[in-house]
Design a binder for this molecule. Structure first.
Ligand code: DHB
Length: 389
């Protein structure tokens, strides 16, 4: 063979030699179950946008396998969450279940995770006991005791003596009510009345009238994401602000998704929470910019960060198992994992499978003509206190 011919042959053969072996890499499937329609659709939108952002940036393939996100709308109906979880596991053969916008929806789907040994990453719902409903649940959001206990401590330490609590009447509200009271009273304060408003179509006016009559130093509130606007409006129109009653709350009330539309009524509200779009760090600045760019300028709220970090948790676990999707292997990889989130440093407690994180004390202030939760104090490495019970 002449040298020229050898070169020609080599040139023809080389591209084929360089090809990877023709084994199709099976996709890893992640099923996101979220309220995409109905009264809690903003939660679904924010969680999905956060999860998609992380996926776009870092997780389209992991350990050589493509990663597929499958989104299903449970419209905040608990029966649908369970049925969709079953369908995703049995028909779509998803390797991970994720999402879960409200506590009853997570409770409903939990047995499916246990029976099928499928990791279930709770990205939103925040009642303490959720992680106890299945050994396959890991949480990337927060818990109500985790943010309400620091509020009670802060309120007692900052001169508040008599407080009325007002929460939405379901599991996370009862968690918030109990843990605020516990730490506030341990610090010397007194909860003089505990009010509960319904989850469906709440009208706060009668409750707020009672608060006005009780003349406490402050009103402590928990309502789920998206509901804070009407509470805030009625707090002002019922004259509570004018009467000098302070508004303190978990950060669910001054949700970044709706805060800017609340107007001046929201100003000076003090809240405790794990995420603010105004959190000052290079990681958060990049997150807020990327989220806005991908979502028509929208501001990410605390629900989005549960989606973003939850997706990160799934991908990091898959990297650690080198693409092995066995449920027990993924759970083992998730336990004890820690990373720097846009919200600050976080870790998964290997015993409770709940997230350990900083909880910030924030005040609603105007920055560049927009309302933000501006952090001014911080509790570090807060685990869910509800688990000690
Ligand atoms: C839950 C829902 C919310 O929208 C929120 O802000 C906190 C908790 C829940 O149902 O667990």
């Amino acid at each position: 063979m002449t040298l020229r011919l050898a070169r020609t042959v080599l040139a023809a053969v080389l591209p084929f030699l360089a090809l990877p072996p023709a084994v199709a890499q099976e996709p890893v499937k992640v099923g996101l179950i979220l309220p995409m329609t109905g009264p809690f659709a903003s939660t679904g939108r924010q969680v999905e946008a956060g999860a998609r952002l992380y996926w776009n940036q870092h997780c389209q393939t992991v350990a050589g396998r493509p990663v597929e996100l499958i989104v299903r709308d449970d419209a905040a109906e608990a029966a649908s969450s369970r049925r969709l979880a079953q369908e995703l596991v049995v028909r779509e053969r998803v390797h991970v279940l994720a999402g879960f916008g409200l506590t009853p929806l997570a409770f409903s789907a939990a047995p499916v995770a246990t029976q099928s040994k499928t990791p279930m990453v709770v990205m939103a719902a925040a009642t303490s006991s959720i992680t106890e409903k299945s050994p396959y649940i890991v949480r990337s959001s927060f818990t109500l005791p985790q943010v309400a206990a620091p509020m009670g401590e802060w309120a007692a330490a900052n001169g508040l003596k008599r407080v009325v609590t007002l929460v939405t009447d379901y599991a996370p509200g009862l968690d918030a009510e109990a843990w605020f009271k516990k730490t506030f009273e341990a610090g010397g304060g007194a909860v003089v009345e505990s009010l509960r408003a319904p989850l469906q179509n709440p009208d706060f006016s009668a409750f707020l009238q009672r608060v006005r009559d009780a003349k406490p130093d402050a009103l402590f509130v928990f309502v789920p994401s998206g509901v804070g606007s009407s509470l805030m409006k009625q707090f002002e129109t019922r004259g509570l602000k004018e009467a000098g009653i302070k508004l303190i709350a978990t950060g669910d009330v001054t949700d970044d998704d709706i805060l800017n539309d609340m107007g001046p009524a929201a100003r000076d509200t003090i809240t405790t929470h794990h995420y603010s779009a105004a959190h000052e760090s290079p990681e958060n600045k990049a997150y807020v910019e990327a989220f806005g760019a991908a979502n028509g300028g929208a501001r990410p709220n605390f629900m989005s960060i549960g989606g973003y970090d939850g997706m990160r948790l799934i991908c990091a676990a898959l990297e650690q198992t080198k693409g092995n999707t066995d449920g027990d292997a993924l759970l083992a990889a998730m336990k004890g994992m820690q990373w720097e989130s846009p919200r600050g440093p976080v870790a998964i407690d290997p015993d409770t499978r709940d997230i350990v994180q900083s909880v910030y004390v924030r005040r609603v202030e105007e920055r560049d003509g927009q309302l933000y939760n501006v952090e001014f104090d911080r509790f570090d490495k807060v685990a869910d206190p509800g688990k000690a019970n």
